[in-house]
Design a binder for this molecule. Structure first.
Ligand code: ATP
Length: 357
């Protein structure tokens, strides 16, 4: 018996295009009612995985189960799945309502029932008063919401969204993000969202799978992947981080003793099994503070400042020539040391994490 809370069970899925492997042994459990994001750089296999779930691609190996049922061989239109693509092609000669009704056609519902459902989803995406308009009379964000309404209308169990916000400008994208997340929670439909935008993934998702080169690097909540990246790829791809060269002298359980540049030692959590020897600590810029140089854990010279409005970015060159970037809140109360001055750096508790390569 499958766990009823698992919507999509992806087991060791491999997809080859000729001799090229686009997905290599990908395993994921996506839970019912979850906003789940596939995040990774261009070409890492996100779309291929989404298309495999939708049934537009045949996988080379492994299995995909929807609510416990193996869907191999089930054509796309028989899967309880709908997709919103990057290019959300609306029919230009149809009104908003006709576009949404089109999404209901294959259910062959009585006309009044279809009309009622159309009105319901247009209300959900806050476009009730736009029902009679044509797509070219709508803004990009409104068109995007029509595409979403059309995909939601047949009440799919699973909605797949392939970079649906990428055509929108930044302000609109930020507004639609919030709406999309609200709609997902209101409808209780499981969303699988594809993006290469880490900020988008962090702000909307219940959980994120970080992918690179056809493999899943880490699965976790936004907080997990940001604060406890497993390896260098995840630390570097999600947000900004400093990768500090250290020497690991000993590892006990999940704690590692590391020698920092300058010779001081710290104990910090290790993200995976790590052997003694050269290693890398991930330290987020906002988890370090500037101190006096004497007795500091790390010390160096301020190399540059960048004004970012609420924050300042401060670059400090350490004795071993590595440059660390700190984020310091802008405030009249805190003076930022001048370029060229000697400073110390303190790490907040739990700020440093030893990464797997
Ligand atoms: P993007 O963000 O650019 O859309 P992605 O992570 O979604 O990237 P995919 O579209 O899944 O990446 O492609 C993964 C890899 O598979 C890429 O290297 C791509 O060139 C390759 N690929 C995709 N479709 C085919 C195909 N039909 N034939 C050959 N190679 C393909």
């Amino acid at each position: 018996m499958q766990d009823a809370t698992i919507a999509v069970d992806i087991e060791k899925v491999t997809k080859n295009y000729g001799s090229f492997t686009a997905l290599s042994g990908v395993s994921l459990d996506i839970r019912d009612n979850e906003f789940f994001t596939l995040l990774g750089p261009s070409g890492c296999g996100k779309t291929t995985l989404l298309r495999s779930i939708a049934g537009f691609e045949e996988i080379s190996d492994g299995a995909i189960r929807l609510y416990g049922e193996d869907i191999a061989g089930l054509p796309p239109h028989q899967r309880p799945v709908n997709t919103v693509f990057q290019q959300y092609a609306l029919f230009p000669h149809m009104t908003v309502a006709q576009n949404v009704l089109f999404g209901l056609q294959r259910l062959r519902k009585p006309k009044d029932e279809a009309q009622a459902r159309c009105a319901e989803v247009l209300e959900l995406v806050q476009l009730s008063s736009f029902a009679a308009r044509y797509p070219n009379q709508l803004s990009g964000g409104q068109q995007q919401r029509v595409a979403l309404a059309r995909a939601l209308a047949p009440k799919p169990k699973l909605l797949l969204l392939d970079e649906p916000l990428s055509a929108l400008d930044l302000k609109l994208r930020q507004a639609v993000r919030v709406e999309l997340k609200q709609i997902q929670k209101e409808t209780g439909i499981t969303f699988i969202f594809v993006t290469h935008d880490q900020e988008e993934a962090l702000t909307m998702s219940d959980r994120i799978a970080v992918m690179s080169a056809g493999e899943v690097q880490q699965v976790g909540t936004p907080r997990d992947v940001y604060e406890a990246p497993r390896n260098r790829f995840v630390a570097d791809f999600i947000g900004e981080t400093n990768l500090l060269d250290v020497t690991v002298t000993s590892v006990t359980g999940d704690q590692a003793l590391c020698v920092l540049p300058g010779g001081r030692e710290i104990t910090c959590p290790a993200a995976a099994v790590v052997d003694p020897g050269p290693g890398h600590l991930s330290v987020r810029p906002e988890r370090m503070t500037l101190t006096a140089p004497t007795d500091a854990l790390l010390s160096g010279r301020v190399e540059n400042h960048v004004y970012l409005g609420t924050d300042m970015q401060v670059m400090v060159r350490l004795e071993d020539d590595e440059v660390l970037t700190l984020r310091v809140q802008n405030s009249d109360a805190v003076a930022i040391p001048a370029i060229g001055s000697e400073v110390g750096i303190a790490l907040e508790a739990g700020a440093a994490r030893l990464l797997a390569d």
